[in-house]
Design a binder for this molecule. Structure first.
Ligand code: ZN
Length: 335
């Protein structure tokens, strides 16, 4: 009697389709779930990067869109060179040396400067070399240039900086990509970075990690910085948008798989290391367009706009991971 009622109970439950038993969700449902997870991780502070990364899957399943308006803008101070941005001190030992839309980060140690990225061939001298001089720093202090990935907006100035005596750092795969493109004068092959590669200079340890996705050899970086002597750790996600143009024959599904796995890899790296500052090589993604002007007006003792905390760094990378999975499911299921 008991058994019968128990069986009929299970049958009733199955008929009602308990959520735990309803695993046959459609690919579109799955895409929507990852989009909404990404939206929640993004919150207000990472809304722009969420909008750009989840744009394709959002369109594929008609999910609620998000603003694609770039937050803020760095002032244009030279009408003839609209790309030109003023150099700025961001931390005691970290300098912004980029353009209005593309970043170069310079970490100054007692034994020299490590740059992350080299922007374009046309802008590197004005922004990096003249920028350092404007800040009262001798550009001959530049020792290393870590190239996040071998696209011309980040590597175009590498040959110029190598001629000044800097060592150029790229992953093996992106050295190959860099050497195979013919858009700019090239630096000769120099340092090959591996996962966990460390540059120690003036007591600072700068580490690079292999995070394939945007390119096959994208490097993400950890930089130790100080705010009025207080140590912080900056994480730079080396390639942001999903990109298929360097290897158009690669299955897109696998590129997106790599991207999502790299985001998980860097989530662990940043969590273990305690990264509490998030930087990008594009000024829109890390909010430099808003934060740099804010920093100029910062009052003594008030919070540093770039110090967002470990949770917010993790959420940024969760947005990257979740949008990559949403895009992968949409791609693989033909949505
Ligand atoms: Zn790129």
């Amino acid at each position: 009697m008991k058994l019968t009622s128990s069986i009929s109970g299970v049958a009733a439950l199955l008929a009602a389709c308990l959520p735990v038993l309803c695993l046959a969700q459609t690919p579109a449902d799955a895409v929507r779930s990852y989009i909404e997870a990404a939206r929640a991780f993004a919150g207000a502070d990472h809304a722009f990067v969420f909008g750009r990364l989840c744009e394709t899957p959002i369109k594929a399943v008609n999910a609620a869109p998000v603003t694609d308006e770039v937050p803020g803008a760095l002032p244009v101070i030279d009408a003839a060179r609209e790309w030109y941005a003023e150099p700025a001190k961001v931390f005691d030992d970290l300098f912004f040396l980029g353009q209005t839309a593309f970043s170069v980060w310079g970490l100054r140690t007692s034994e020299g400067i490590i740059l992350v990225d080299a922007i374009f061939d046309y802008s590197v001298e004005a922004e990096v070399v003249d920028g350092l001089r404007k800040l009262g720093i001798d550009p001959s202090e530049i020792r290393y240039v870590i190239i996040s990935h071998a696209h011309a907006d980040h590597s175009g100035g590498a040959a110029f900086l190598q001629k000044l005596g800097a060592r150029i750092v790229m992953s093996e795969v992106d050295w190959e990509l860099y050497e195979s493109s013919n858009d700019t004068e090239k630096a000769t092959r120099d340092i090959v970075a591996t996962d966990g590669f460390t540059i120690t200079l003036g007591g600072a340890n700068v580490k690079t990690y292999l995070t394939p996705g945007h390119t096959h050899g994208t490097l993400s970086t950890l930089l130790p910085v100080h705010d009025n002597g207080v140590p912080h750790l900056a994480a730079i996600w080396g390639g942001t948008l999903f990109n298929f143009r360097d290897a158009p024959d690669d299955p897109r599904d696998l590129r997106l798989r790599d991207y999502a796995q790299s985001a998980v890899h860097f989530q662990a790296i940043t969590a273990i290391a305690g990264a509490d500052v998030l930087l990008s090589n594009h000024t829109a993604y890390d909010g430099t367009t808003v934060k740099l002007p804010l920093l100029q007006q910062r009052q003594a003792g008030s919070p540093h706009p770039y110090v967002i905390g470990q949770d917010a760094v993790n959420r940024y990378l969760k947005v990257a991971e979740s949008c990559a999975i949403a895009a992968r499911i949409a791609e693989a299921s033909g949505l």
